[in-house]
Design a protein around this ligand. Structure first.
Ligand code: GCW
Length: 695
């Protein structure tokens, strides 16, 4: 019976009757037409993948011949490729695979193919998984880990392998070539023989898709796993231990990518425990990996409770080390100086490290942007950082150009995203969070890609022809006007809406930690808690105003930026509104460029955020005829929950700040529907929006 049902279902699949559960991501199957593929004779798993993808996905001229040509060419860089009428040319097998996926994407989204070369902005394009060996995922909102499972580390099932393969294929289709399989808060067991055998199994599945495997390591592994007395990076016994471990890893995974390291950071062990520097620690590991061609990605996410301004510390620690790192070390820097907030200025380390390879780290998982409840399309946030001008090597030295090798000479370049993938059927919890995985890969390939274009591409691939059941598919023009255009606009406005209803005008880190960084908590400061983990440290609200004074008269963080930025940020008259309270502590009646007072402007931003989410709900409701019932209902439910949570944010923050400002909420702003006491007393759990889909 089961079998019969299955074959009925698969018969229905090409007719579009298949329920859309989101598992296929942007790679939903469609009817392909025959194609002849001429490929190099050599045996290669990656080339075989490329060939299979073409045969299964070709939608060009039926019976066409496509040539896959492996040939170096001055115009082709890294895993880049050349598309032409004849087919795909690349210098590497990966390049062929990426070219094939690009060709298929063009066919599916109706974009033409001209004679053109496409090169990746970054050599290494990685996902960082914050997955723990027990299967939990730190800051994961889409179920457990796809890699690790409690108690069964060694048993690799057919289901595991299928999932890893689908995962690798999704990555390859957007140009990602590397995965770090475990949390930066690393457990030493990941390097045990038992776990390494599972790492090998994963690497074997990812390899045919061109995806390299990396691991996060715990710096004290020689002690915790190896039984040594110390993990001092300059101790010969420690070096020897790492050498042995590297040998063991490369025996299992000959193309192993290297180590990602969070050390001397947030309580993690590191070289500073032994009076050594970050460079000492990173270089020791780099030397160990060098014979195998491995890399060390060393995170600059460091701060200590004693520091008066957390935003300054990474710069203070790393700038003096510039030039001291080996060339197979890349310093991995979060986009902003604090921690993945809905909006931060770019980290001043970008461009300031001139003799060190630096890579941006973005957070795809929505720790501070609404978990898997809120709809947040993050490409505009990442683009904002990548296109920020650091001025460090003259005008035009954007974060992108300071990290991709165009401004400074660096042996390697890379970009990392903290993954939002889990065991949920749709991989990412929120159907629209898939767009962030997609956009991250596409931006790592082309750091100047337009957010709007990526959103449109993703929407077409993910939703086109997904209208309800047996209804005839809507005409393309209707689909464009009724779905593509309005939903693209919704996506593009979504991140700013969250900034507005949670942390506008440069406010940051004012969420509650009770619900894992979801929901408002400007008051949140349990007794005994480290000050720099509590919101009052960041907003400094008082009778005399609000905001963190990082000017030359305050913490002087502004001076970590190159001119003209330092002066621009230092003066509230020239500081962009979006960073105002990041850099300034200003009186409640301070007059902004708009002519309004700070208090009124703050209230209007909070309200605007709420109104925006209501608009998103209306837009989505109108998109109903164009979406399958399952995904329509789920997204509708989540938007409803988000809308309630946005109101909670607005009410909580305005009522909390009003205690200091003593000013009335402007008449044009929707009056609060919660009381501050109720909000604080309950530290209200967010609505999850996971109820049954409303028909
Ligand atoms: O954003 C913070 C998170 C931690 C995380 C840390 C980091 C992996 O709250 O969960 O730990 O940053 O990036 O190291």
């Amino acid at each position: 019976m089961k079998k019969l049902l299955f074959s009925l279902l698969s018969l229905c699949a090409p007719l579009g009757l298949r329920a859309e559960d989101g598992h296929q991501l942007w790679l939903r199957p469609h009817a392909a037409v025959p194609v002849t593929v001429v490929a190099p004779a050599q045996k290669s798993a990656v080339l075989a993948t490329a060939k299979r993808e073409l045969q299964q996905g070709w939608q060009g001229t039926a019976g066409a011949t496509v040539a896959l040509t492996l040939r170096k060419d001055k115009a082709i860089k890294y895993d880049g490729f050349r598309l032409s009428k004849q087919g795909v040319q690349a210098a590497t097998e990966r390049g062929i695979l990426y070219g094939v996926f690009e060709l298929l994407r063009r066919q599916q989204t109706g974009q033409p193919v001209a004679e053109e070369v496409s090169n990746p902005s970054y050599e290494f394009r990685l996902l960082n998984h914050w997955d723990n060996p027990d299967g939990s995922v730190e800051r994961g909102y889409a179920g457990k880990s796809i890699f690790w499972r409690k108690d069964s580390a060694l048993v690799v099932t057919g289901r595991d392998k299928r999932l890893w393969q689908e995962y690798a294929r999704a990555n390859a289709s957007i140009g990602l070539n590397s995965s770090v399989l475990n949390n930066v808060n690393a457990s030493p067991v990941i390097l045990s023989a038992a776990y390494l055998s599972r790492v090998k199994a994963i690497a074997d599945v990812l390899r045919p898709y061109g995806v390299k495997t990396y691991l996060s390591i715990k710096f004290s592994s020689p002690v915790l796993l190896g039984g040594l007395k110390t993990a001092d990076p300059l101790d010969p016994a420690v070096v020897k231990w790492w050498q042995g471990k590297a040998k063991e890893i490369y025996q299992q995974v000959p193309d192993f990518g290297g180590f990602l390291v969070k050390a001397s950071s947030e309580g993690q062990p590191g070289p500073q425990d032994y009076g050594r520097t970050h460079a000492d620690g990173a270089n020791m590991l780099a030397d160990v990996l060098r014979p195998y061609g491995g890399l060390v990605m060393w995170r600059a996410f460091v701060y200590s409770p004693s520091d008066k301004d957390r935003a300054k510390q990474a710069y203070n620690e790393f700038v003096p080390l510039d030039g001291k790192f080996r060339d197979n070390v890349i310093v991995q820097v979060k986009n902003g100086p604090v921690d993945f907030q809905p909006r931060e200025p770019f980290s001043p380390l970008f461009g300031a490290l001139k003799k060190t390879a630096v890579m941006p780290e973005f957070q795809i998982t929505q720790e501070y942007l609404g978990h898997a409840i809120d709809l947040a399309y993050l490409a505009p946030m990442w683009a904002e950082c990548l296109q920020s001008d650091t001025y460090q090597a003259g005008p035009g030295s954007t974060v992108a150009r300071c990290t991709d090798g165009s401004v400074y000479r660096q042996a390697h370049s890379a970009m990392a995203g903290v993954s939002n993938v889990g065991l949920d059927t749709n991989w990412t919890g929120h159907d629209f969070a898939q767009a962030n995985w997609y956009a991250f890969g596409r931006l790592a390939w082309n750091s100047s890609a337009e957010s709007a274009q990526l959103a449109e591409e993703w929407l077409k691939l993910t939703f086109q022809n997904a209208a309800a059941g047996s209804q005839p598919a809507p005409a393309a023009a209707d689909w464009n006007a009724g779905f593509l255009a309005p939903v693209t606009q919704l996506m593009l406005a979504s991140r700013e809406a969250i900034v507005d209803y949670s942390m506008p005008l440069g406010l940051h880190h004012i969420m509650s930690a009770t619900h894992g960084h979801y929901g408002p908590g400007p008051w949140w400061a349990p007794p005994g808690m480290r000050a720099d983990w509590t919101p009052p440290y960041y907003h400094q609200a008082a009778a005399n105003g609000v905001g963190f004074d990082r000017t030359t008269a305050g913490s002087n963080a502004v001076s970590q930026y190159h001119e003209p930025l330092a002066s621009q940020f230092n003066d509230p008259a020239t500081c962009p509104d979006q960073y105002l309270l990041w850099f300034h502590h200003l009186p409640w009646d301070f007059k902004l460029k708009s002519g309004r007072t700070l208090w009124d402007e703050l209230a209007l931003h909070y309200d605007h955020g709420v109104q925006q989410v209501r608009q998103f709900q209306r837009t989505w409701d109108q998109a109903r005829p164009y979406v399958d019932a399952e995904r329509f209902g789920t997204v509708q439910n989540k938007l409803r929950a988000q809308s309630g949570n946005a109101v909670l944010w607005k009410d909580a923050c305005l009522l909390y700040f009003q205690q200091f400002s003593h000013l009335p909420i402007p008449a044009t702003v929707e009056p609060p529907m919660h009381t501050l006491d109720a909000v604080i007393a309950n530290d209200l759990p967010p609505q999850r929006g996971n109820g049954p889909a409303r028909p």
